[in-house]
Design a binder for this molecule. Structure first.
Ligand code: FE2
Ligand code: FE2
Length: 292
């Protein structure tokens, strides 16, 4: 069985406002949170939302300073966002992390039906959730060994990639490969790629996942990236996540209608994909891409 990006968790100061953005501007349909039986997280309806099914996809959470202590965790997954990697064997990952000296929170099955969750910081303090499906209430397991197998949600979108920044890409990559068990793939750049100095440089960018650039992108922050590429956003600093949609023109029109500033990078980094960047209402950077 393969691993896959299970969800991205983003912090929102006003969850209903963020829900309106993802629903009305990006065009996604809000899902329903699946709690384990009898569990209450202590988060109100205006503090937690999900887009996707089986708790996969996008989690929007209001920061809760008391969450960590309430659940006996060493990390607070409601503050500052995180992303989650689903692996076939969470216990094996936990053992490897602890043996290597990493601090792990083992939350058990506490927030999502049928899913065991661990939390750990990567070497550059990106918060990573490692989870595993423990029974059928956690949703279907991947049918084959493909890395980050594509999962199409309603309205035809899917979680395309997570991008995290790392000051030393090799150090971060070592962590994700040897401890988490992710598999590297070959970056597919478009012809005449204007950022070929990055896409072809393993010290600047490493891809874990699938050969069509889906999965996890580990990137070295590039302070001049936005200027060099005539963008209003710098996707190499602070991380972002990307969804792929069926109709990118329709999203662009709704962004225009809403008067939001977005960067239309065209097809500049990944073969066959046009990419837009925009901040959500809580200044989380979101990439929306579509096939060309
Ligand atoms: Fe999470
Ligand atoms: Fe990206």
């Amino acid at each position: 069985m393969g691993w896959f990006i299970h969800h991205v968790n983003i912090e929102a100061h006003d969850v209903p406002q963020s829900v309106a953005f993802y629903r009305d501007v990006l065009g996604l349909k809000q899902g329903e949170w699946n709690y384990p039986e009898g569990v209450e997280l202590g988060l109100g309806v205006d503090q937690l939302a999900v887009f996707g099914t089986y708790n996969r996809g996008i989690h929007i959470v209001h920061p809760d300073a008391a969450f960590q202590k309430r659940h006996g965790l060493l990390h607070n997954p409601t503050v500052g966002g995180h992303f989650a990697i689903n692996v076939p064997d969470a216990e094996a990952v936990k053992q490897r992390l602890q043996k290597a000296g990493h601090v792990v929170s083992d939350a058990g099955t506490y927030a999502m039906a049928g899913v065991r969750q661990l939390y750990v910081w990567d070497p550059f303090y990106n918060l990573v959730e490692i989870n595993a499906i423990v029974d059928e209430t956690g949703g279907p397991r991947p049918a084959n060994g493909e890395a980050h197998a594509k999962r199409i949600e309603r309205e035809g979108w899917h979680l395309h990639h997570i991008n995290i920044d790392a000051h030393r890409v090799a150090t971060a990559s070592q962590f994700y490969a040897s401890l988490i068990g992710l598999t590297e793939a070959e970056w597919q750049a478009p012809p005449d790629c204007p950022i070929a100095d990055i896409t072809g440089n393993r010290e600047a960018l490493v891809l874990f996942g699938n050969d069509d650039n889906r999965g996890l992108h580990v990137v070295r922050p590039q302070p001049d990236f936005a200027k060099r590429n005539n963008l209003d956003h710098n996707p190499t600093i602070g991380g972002h996540f990307a969804i792929q949609v069926d109709n990118l023109d329709a999203v662009a029109k709704r962004l225009d209608d809403a008067g939001l500033i977005y960067s239309d990078a065209g097809c500049y980094a990944m073969a066959g994909l046009r990419q837009l960047y925009v901040y959500d209402p809580s200044m989380n950077l979101v990439e929306i891409n579509g096939s060309i």
